[in-house]
Design a protein around this ligand. Structure first.
Ligand code: MCA
Ligand code: AMP
Length: 455
């Protein structure tokens, strides 16, 4: 079954229910209206020559129009290619060179007004379960993004798992304040809500006071730890008290923040763990102990084990089929499991903990940054002789991107170089200068020692 056939079935079960609210756009659409708008938009995409299997770049801010465009691409049988709206021209060009999209939807044309009149007999919701639905970009070890290919079946399995685990129903209203170009906002937020037959209240972005203002209307909120920490700083966590479920993910939730949320929001947050390549993998239970510092137990239908070097390995209907252009032999183990790159351990009663990462990946505010990509840019400066980019602990961001430089380049010069080629979240928040970088016997920078040295 295609993902969208499942959504259409959920809409037709209760067509008069309001399923999409977006106060900033004055939107309150029933299931019948959302069905009608997305089928018209999908038919317009097909009139605009979007064929089944074509790749459509979607790089838009969160809005009702973005939700419609996303659903329409999938209903038309095309593949959603996600891209951060903060990308520079160079970053976007790289994504496009890998994904080769035939069409582009950005904030400038998200209303799809530039398309011809919709086809009269569109072919909608006909994608098979193994047809590609999404190309999601993740940081590769070379520092440049790789495209993870997810099918309709992968995304449907991922959505059904969270629907089951969180007893998500048609009575739920999700307060959606996440970006709509990542698995968290799309694969969990939107796909989960549509699969459950629930409703969403979409905000154009995250800010504590707007969130608090709308919280009473919603039953669920999903956020990254930075959002919870900002709600705590603004003294607005109590706005979440009326919700039935608050979920944290994308980055580690520190135990002290867990305790602050539990106290001020009147309920422990449910921390879960996922990846672009797999949708969700584990989660603390809806009923039962939510263990601080643990990412919980395996999601329904997900198999999880510890592989070589304590890397977490996973398998299941939600796990992607591979990266575009990369041999699957390099991506999966010989017996078909996906090594996540996260180092884990498991308690006797099945609760998983993530204790580190096999790679140098930095996670800042829920966004992934690969040091190499920033180092490559900084190294271009003639007065940078050597450089290492590391993540330093930060209360606000979890990890803060920091550039450590050997040389005497001017920091303002470095900042403007970086701004010209990298999205804002990748830009170092701090620049430090040292006489030399600590290296191990293999000549590789020892990032742990470097972190200790600069404090
Ligand atoms: C914005 N900035 C950041 C970040 N976000 N810097 C580092 N890390 C970030 N995450 C920059 C801004 O560009 C700006 O730079 C400065 O920091 C302050 O911006 P501000 O307005 O305060 O930021 P914001 O727009 O309010 O964004 C903060 C945010 C956002 C709301 C927490 O980062 C966010 O939505 N994060 C969620 C990411 C997410 O959805 N991840 C899921 C990935 P300047 O001052 O220079 O202009 S999917 C995933 O990980 C898997 C599947 C999973 O498990 O979920
Ligand atoms: P992405 O490539 O953006 O999908 O990010 C996936 C990565 O985010 C995972 O491999 C983990 O390293 C990290 N992650 C997601 N959820 C959690 C969590 N609850 N705790 C710690 N790390 C997490």
């Amino acid at each position: 079954m295609s993902l969208t056939a499942a959504w259409v079935a959920a809409w037709s079960a209760d067509p008069t229910r309001v399923v999409l609210r977006a106060p900033a756009e004055d939107v309150a659409w029933t299931a019948a209206e959302l069905e009608e708008r997305t089928s018209t938009a999908a038919a317009a995409l097909q009139a605009g020559d979007v064929q089944a299997g074509d790749r459509v770049l979607l790089s838009c801010s969160p809005s009702a129009a973005t939700v419609v465009a996303y659903i329409a691409i999938l209903r038309a049988g095309a593949v959603v290619v996600t891209a951060n709206t903060g990308y520079t021209t160079g970053e976007l060009a790289h994504i496009e060179s890998i994904a080769q999209p035939t069409h582009r939807i950005t904030d400038a044309n998200v209303d799809l007004a530039d398309l011809p009149a919709p086809l009269r007999n569109p072919r909608l919701d006909t994608a098979l379960s193994d047809a590609p639905a999404m190309l999601g970009f993740t940081s590769g070890t070379t520092g440049r993004p790789k495209a993870a290919q997810l099918s309709h079946g992968n995304l449907l399995a991922g959505a059904r798992a969270v629907v089951e685990a969180w007893e998500w129903s048609g009575d739920d209203m999700l307060l959606h304040a996440l970006p709509m170009f990542h698995m968290h906002g799309l694969g969990v937020g939107i796909n989960g809500s549509l699969t459950a037959g629930g409703a969403m209240l979409v905000l154009p972005g995250f800010d504590p006071s707007t969130l608090a203002e709308h919280a009473a209307q919603a039953s669920m909120f999903f956020g990254v730890p930075t959002m919870y920490s900002r709600l705590a700083d603004a003294d607005r966590l109590d706005a979440l008290r009326t919700m039935r479920l608050i979920v944290s993910g994308s980055a580690p939730l520190p135990a002290d923040l867990f305790a602050t949320i539990a106290g001020q929001a009147g309920q422990p947050p449910l921390e879960r763990y996922g990846m672009t390549e797999t949708v969700m993998l584990t989660g603390n239970p809806l009923h039962g102990e939510r263990r601080p510092g643990s990412v919980g137990v395996a999601m329904p239908d997900v198999d999880i084990r510890l592989g070589a070097d304590d890397v977490v390995e996973v398998r299941g209907p939600n796990v992607f089929s591979g990266y575009l252009g990369v041999d699957t032999g390099e991506t999966f183990t010989a017996d078909g499991w996906f090594p996540t790159g996260d180092i884990g351990r498991v308690d006797d009663d099945g609760y998983w903990h993530l204790v580190g990462r096999a790679s140098e990946l930095i996670i800042t505010g829920g966004y992934n940054v690969y040091p190499r990509e920033i180092e490559d840019v900084l190294r271009e400066h003639p007065r940078v002789h050597d450089v290492a980019v590391i993540g330093r602990p930060s209360r606000e961001w979890g990890e803060e991107v920091t550039a450590v430089i050997v040389g005497d380049a001017d920091v303002e010069d470095l900042r403007s170089m970086v701004a010209a080629s990298l999205a804002p979240y990748k830009r170092p928040k701090d620049y430090r200068f040292v006489d030399e970088l600590p290296r191990n016997a293999m000549g590789k920078v020892d990032r742990r020692i470097l972190g200790e040295q600069i404090g």
